[in-house]
Design a protein around this ligand. Structure first.
Ligand code: MSP
Length: 545
């Protein structure tokens, strides 16, 4: 059966342009979507904008534009930014769309039918920055929101609708217990488990329309608007047909992976499953065959960026525009930096001198140079072609030629193991570990870019050619073929560079993908001996050239 992979990013608030924080999440989703597409999975990658919030209203007022005009303009900016960066999303959902309104209505009514919505009066502090209520214990010593100390808290005294989230506390803890990878990485699971145990209370899920002009009206009660988070989370369903196209919904739901930043795990790992558990009781579309709720498979929370060591913020003026950044470096380089420099799941620093260093060392010197040398020598010694290896030596014979043991051999056996590991890393969102392995290898195998460079240094094909042409052919063929594999291994992270490598090996990446499935691609020997090698282009030119 075909596997499917449905991955989402958070939908972003559009009171400002995208910055590298939101870019980071969207690129991560793009990499995972590409890796699944390459592996032949039916893939759906969703991103979009969260528009029914007070922030939008305030930003529109500030810009002097009518709300609708402002939202349309900003949503276009976000969508176009992702397009210009080459991100391969399949749909872009806006919560101001009709299809979303329909989904929210259906969802609300299912929850209401389950008896989980009630009205209550309360008085609490609201932070527009977080679009969330704050308890006293969540405030800093100045009684302000620690995440948005410059924003005044709003004292809300209202009668609103509440969602009985607390009724699902045990079921959620059970879910965490049964499905250990529901929240990743594990440290986030610990964090959220203790939140659910100690502080998972009922949520206010509406505001009075006369006080809050943003938001979807509560079905059957125009005097109240649905709280932005209750509305926003449903985007993951509305984009795949909930409330508008049952067949489409059955095809894609549940989501396989919600990618989020660590700031919003409370909503995704606790509120969202509780909402689905409740709605599923009265909506068969949300039930598995055994009647259990169809929950997302996994939520992966990544860490936060600082910029040159400082928190990224408007007041510091250090939020980096991804389109500006893409003028400084090819965007593939930034993609590589994001996932090579920072362990996916941990916090990290966006640092220009580190980008420059990685560009020079990992990309230009290690990857670019290897490919260039191998292509240039092959062209020079073998008439502009991939060397012919008429009598293909076995691994043992080949090793014997160079007095090597299995650990530093670049060949078929170690390759299969390597691919298995790479596939596993992409499947578990450990993009950083995949790159580490491709560049550095493991103790057991020198099959890596550094290993390949060392191999050339040791074997010295530029001297060997004077003594033994057959062996030189074998060596260079191995390195070229290894580069072909590297190109496919890095394809999800660096799609453009990957294409260029394949072209420079005289192949067409498109025809290779369509003619052979991924299993074939991963086999040793895909490079045709005797085929033409075009003159190499420099993959990573000196910056500024
Ligand atoms: N609209 C809500 C999400 C609703 S999802 C149903 C929201 N939007 S947001 O615009 O504030 O985006 C938050 C997300 O942006 C974070 O979860 C994270 O993915 C990303 N980031 C924002 N700043 C970031 C950094 N400094 N570093 C890394 N990612 C950051 O919350």
């Amino acid at each position: 059966m075909d596997k499917k992979f449905y991955v989402t990013t958070p939908i972003y608030y559009i009171n400002d342009k995208p910055h590298i924080g939101s870019t980071y999440t969207t690129v991560a989703a793009d990499i995972l979507a590409r890796s699944h597409r390459l592996r032949g999975d039916k893939t759906f990658f969703l991103t979009g904008t969260d528009e029914n919030s007070q922030k939008s209203v305030e930003a529109a007022e500030k810009s002097g534009k009518e709300l609708r005009v402002y939202l349309d303009e900003m949503a276009k900016i976000w969508e176009n930014t992702w397009k210009e960066l080459g991100l391969s999303f399949d749909d872009f959902i806006r919560t101001s769309e009709e299809r979303h309104y329909k989904a929210v209505k259906r969802f609300w009514q299912a929850v209401e039918k389950s008896g989980d919505i009630y009205k209550d009066k309360y008085e609490r502090h609201y932070c527009v920055g977080c679009e969330d209520f704050k308890t006293d214990s969540e405030l800093n010593e100045d009684d302000r929101c620690p995440l948005h100390p410059n924003k005044d808290l709003e004292l809300v005294q209202e009668e609103n609708y509440f969602f009985k989230a607390s009724a699902y506390k045990d079921e959620i803890l059970q879910l965490f217990h049964n499905q250990k990878d529901f929240v990743q990485p594990p440290k986030r699971l610990n964090e959220i488990r203790s939140y659910v145990k100690n502080a998972f209370n009922d949520f206010s899920i509406s505001r009075e329309s006369k006080k809050v002009s943003a938001g979807i009206p509560v079905p059957g009660d125009d005097s109240q608007r649905i709280y932005v988070w209750f509305d926003a989370l449903i985007n993951y369903m509305s984009a795949v047909g909930y409330g508008t196209d049952d067949e489409l919904f059955k095809k894609w739901w549940p989501a396989n992976l919600h990618l989020v930043g660590k700031d919003i795990i409370k909503f995704h790992c606790a509120l969202w499953p509780a909402m689905i558990m409740s709605a599923a009781k009265n909506d068969p579309l949300l039930q598995n065959e055994d009647g259990t709720p169809k929950l997302p498979e996994q939520i992966f929370a990544h860490g936060f960026f600082t910029v040159e060591g400082q928190k990224m913020s408007k007041s510091l003026g250090n939020a980096i525009d991804p389109l500006e950044l893409a003028k400084e470096y090819p965007f593939d380089v930034i993609r590589y930096f994001f996932f090579r420099e920072i362990q996916f799941g941990n916090d990290g620093d966006f640092n220009r001198s580190r980008i420059a260093e990685r560009y020079q060392t990992d990309l230009a010197n290690t990857l670019g140079n290897l490919l260039n040398r191998a292509i240039n020598m092959s062209r020079k010694y073998f008439d502009g072609k991939v060397p012919e290896i008429n009598s293909y030596l076995t691994q043992v014979e080949f090793l014997a030629c160079f007095n090597m043991d299995g650990t530093n051999f670049i060949g078929e056996d170690s390759l299969t193991t390597l691919w298995q590991q790479i596939d596993e890393y992409y499947n578990t969102s450990r993009i950083d570990l995949a790159l580490e392995l491709i560049w550095n290898g493991t103790e057991l195998s020198a099959w890596s870019l550094n290993g390949l460079n060392k191999f050339i240094e040791e074997v010295k094909p530029f001297k060997l050619i004077k003594e033994n042409e057959l062996q030189t052919a074998q060596v260079l063929y191995c390195v070229l073929e290894a580069c072909r594999h590297v190109a496919w291994m890095i394809e999800p992270v660096m799609p453009e560079i990957s294409k260029q490598i394949i072209y420079s090996l005289g192949q067409d990446p498109k025809s290779e993908i369509s003619q052979n499935n991924f299993q074939n691609l991963k086999k040793w020997g895909g490079l045709e001996p005797g085929s033409d090698l075009p003159e190499p282009k420099i993959l990573f030119p000196r910056l500024g050239e």
